[in-house]
Design a protein around this ligand. Structure first.
Ligand code: UDP
Length: 239
């Protein structure tokens, strides 16, 4: 399957049409942004890590019965996926306090929750992705009640699978962001990416950060952290 014309360029990925109207090719870039585009930079090799990590994790989720958009990895940076209409909700699951949870509620990072939390934000750059609840999402007609129920159920199922897998790799899955899409027949599937750009990954013992917080917080060692997360994942993957 070949790339035809580009149909979209986001902050971290480009999307190309293919000869099949129901399939598109995503191409991962090394461009990094944070704080809704206010901070920009390059993380060398990030596109390759994010492409390969996303695909391996999505394949694992499919095996566990969670439908995703993933079809086939084409190259280091390019992957064939099912075309979806993205539901304009960012779903955030948290297992430990960090980031905005810690700052919003005035608590330290690293508190282990008894049960994971879920929150939604409205995917809208102009509004800075405002936090909203399911009632707001319904009022704004971003999704139906049935879709929201499905998205919640799938998100917690993703957490169960990924938390256990990362634990095997010696990594604590602190929190992450998911996006879902609708196939042409309306089926909700997991879309976008699952990578150090969208997850907080901490070394289970030292709590060293292996994710984009190193870029957001100017901590240095960003490339090495992405490479280390990928190395841990590959060491615990069968193929
Ligand atoms: N996240 C993301 N995209 C966003 C906002 C958050 O991928 O636009 C991820 C982030 O990497 C972290 C989780 O979602 O793993 C929770 O992020 P938080 O709400 O704490 O916001 P942040 O501090 O990352 O802006």
């Amino acid at each position: 399957m070949e790339k035809l014309e580009q149909v979209y360029e986001g902050k971290a990925k480009k999307v190309y049409r293919t000869e099949d109207p129901e399939l598109v090719i995503v191409s991962y870039k090394d461009d990094a942004t944070a704080f809704n585009g206010a901070k920009r930079g390059t993380i060398v090799g990030k596109g390759v890590v994010n492409n390969q990590m996303t695909n391996r994790l999505m394949a694992r989720l499919e095996k566990a019965g969670i439908p995703t958009h993933f079809v086939q990895e084409l190259s280091d940076r390019d992957t064939l996926v099912k075309r979806v209409d993205i539901v304009p909700l960012e779903v955030i699951i948290r297992n430990l306090s960090a980031g905005h949870f810690a700052s919003r509620y005035g608590v330290e990072e690293g508190i282990v929750f008894d049960a994971p939390t879920i929150e939604f934000s409205y995917k809208c750059d102009e509004l800075d992705d405002p936090l909203l609840n399911a009632y707001h999402a319904l009022a704004l007609k971003l999704a139906t009640q049935e879709e929201i129920d499905t998205i919640k159920r799938l998100s917690f199922a993703v957490n169960d699978v990924l938390k256990a897998f990362w634990a095997e790799c010696g990594v604590t899955l602190v929190d992450f962001k998911l996006e879902f899409g609708r196939l042409r027949d309306g089926t909700i599937v997991l879309a976008d990416e699952i990578s150090p750009d969208t997850c907080r990954l901490w070394d289970a013992k030292t709590h060293e950060k292996l994710d984009k917080d190193r870029f957001r917080r100017d901590m240095g060692g960003v490339e090495d952290a992405y490479a280390e997360a990928m190395k841990r994942l590959l060491a615990h993957s069968e193929g």
